[in-house]
Design a protein. Structure first.
Length: 446
């Protein structure tokens, strides 16, 4: 049976795969495992703006209360906001209801420990094992022992924290913000306005169904067009739960997670603040990023795709900066998870201090052409033992030689294989990826 917890919590189509009944069970079991019957336990709960979040929140809260654990209801807030407030409010655990950049019909439930970090696999496995048990033998307190709901101060407290992490004001800068009609809508504009920036806000009118629809970090063309139309200094696009950031410079060029990491790594290294002079990135980071770090004499530690793996490597190696090309950037000296709004203000803080534009700062690296193609398959794991696919991969690597690379990985949430090729010759890349994808479809295509 497939593992219930994926790389980013429990996800599925709300009300069919991720049902209120499952949310109730996750609430009960999560409360049991994460509080261990400690008296006076509290769990903080936040949600994004999608319509099903209210339904799942009600079920999840009911499950937690039924275990005699109190709930600190945070309302609509970002995923990193939940991580921060779990620690700040001294809760025993935190839960975020969100499917991040996924479409509105999807939703998810993600747990944090009392320290604000995502749960380790063994704790998720413990929760999953009990949830899967058809017989519910967990305690059922009665009377005064049932849990209560408390509405906790959330956005204002989180905004105050964000403001405390930068050293400069942003007066004189015109910044376009695309809030994806998600959790950033009630946070990011306030943060940048308080820092003195002139702000043009896009997609900050969530109605429950417009989250991520043609906007946000997965549709950077929206903020690109706005930056050029308004002649702004830069644009910043968040995803539905505001844990990732994609930026755009004044010329309309996209500044993705690799560029952001490169800019921040250089700035931190120059100040002696890049611990062990190392940045953590995933295997999907662009070759241009790797070469830029090499030229700056900054070491790169690579991990599997997924911000949880980046975080594990950062904690193990005592590093302060890591992230993904998709815009999940972790500043471990400030917080315990990827935070799109925090990343945005750190980036602009560097821009202000350097007295350079984002277009100038992005010159720290040159992006190599990269082609990524998704192939829907019957079994996303079978490619590893398929000799014809392995032969196609070896042929692709020989075709690209030492100046390029081929990377294949499975999606963490869908029956999809991702084929990525990278190198300086785009025509060669197109030939390479088409040959590999053709074989994958022939062997495993859905």
């Amino acid at each position: 049976m497939a593992r219930m917890f994926g790389t980013d919590g429990v996800r599925g189509v709300a009300n069919t795969e991720l049902t209120p009944e499952l949310a109730f069970r996750l609430g009960r079991v999560g409360a049991y495992v994460l509080t261990k019957d400690r008296s006076g336990s509290r769990i903080a709960i936040g949600k994004d703006t999608r319509i099903s979040s209210d339904m799942l929140e009600a079920a999840l809260i009911s499950g937690i209360l039924s275990m005699g654990v109190d709930v600190l209801r945070l309302g609509v807030i970002s995923t990193p906001g939940v991580a921060y407030l779990t620690r700040h409010l001294h809760a025993d655990a935190g839960v975020m209801i969100s499917a991040s950049h996924n479409p509105v019909e999807d939703n998810g439930i993600k747990f944090f420990g009392a320290d604000g970090f995502k749960l380790l696999d063994d704790m998720e496995d413990e929760i999953e094992k009990i949830v899967a048990d058809s017989e519910d033998t967990l305690p059922r307190p009665i009377g005064a022992a049932v849990g209560r709901i408390y509405d906790a101060p959330a956005v204002g407290t989180y905004v105050k924290f964000l403001l405390s992490t930068v050293k400069h004001r942003f007066d004189g800068l015109h910044i376009v913000l695309d809030c994806a009609n998600g959790a950033a809508s009630g946070i990011a504009p306030e943060v940048f306005e308080k820092l003195g920036a002139k702000v043009t806000v896009l997609n900050a009118q969530p109605d429950g169904v417009n989250i991520n629809v043609g906007c946000g970090s997965t549709h950077p063309h929206v903020v690109q067009r706005a930056v050029l139309n308004y002649e702004a200094d830069l644009g910043l696009a968040f995803d539905g739960d505001a844990d990732r950031l994609i930026a755009v410079d004044s010329t309309g060029q996209v500044v993705d997670g690799d560029f952001i990491m490169a800019i921040c790594a250089k700035a931190l290294s120059e100040k002696g603040l890049l611990k062990n002079n190392t940045v953590v990135a995933t295997v999907m980071s662009n070759l241009g990023f790797m070469k830029a770090m090499e030229e700056l004499d900054i070491r790169v530690e690579t991990t599997a795709v997924g911000d949880r793996y980046v975080m594990e490597a950062m904690r193990k190696g005592d590093f302060v900066l890591g992230g993904e090309q998709s815009g999940h950037i972790i500043f471990l000296n400030h917080t315990t998870t990827g935070d799109g709004i925090l990343t945005a203000i750190q980036l602009v803080d560097i821009l202000v201090e350097s007295r350079k534009s984002l277009a100038e700062l992005r010159q720290v690296m040159k992006r190599y052409p990269q082609i990524l193609e998704n192939v829907r398959v019957r079994d996303k794991h079978a490619w590893r033992d398929n000799e014809k696919i392995q032969q196609a991969l070896r042929a692709g690597e020989e075709l690209l030689g030492n100046n390029g690379r081929v990377l294949v990985r499975e999606s963490g949430t869908e029956p999809i294989i991702r084929v990525m090729v990278e190198g300086p010759d785009e025509r060669l890349l197109e030939k390479c990826v088409s040959q590999i994808v053709k074989v994958v479809r022939e062997e495993l295509g859905a």
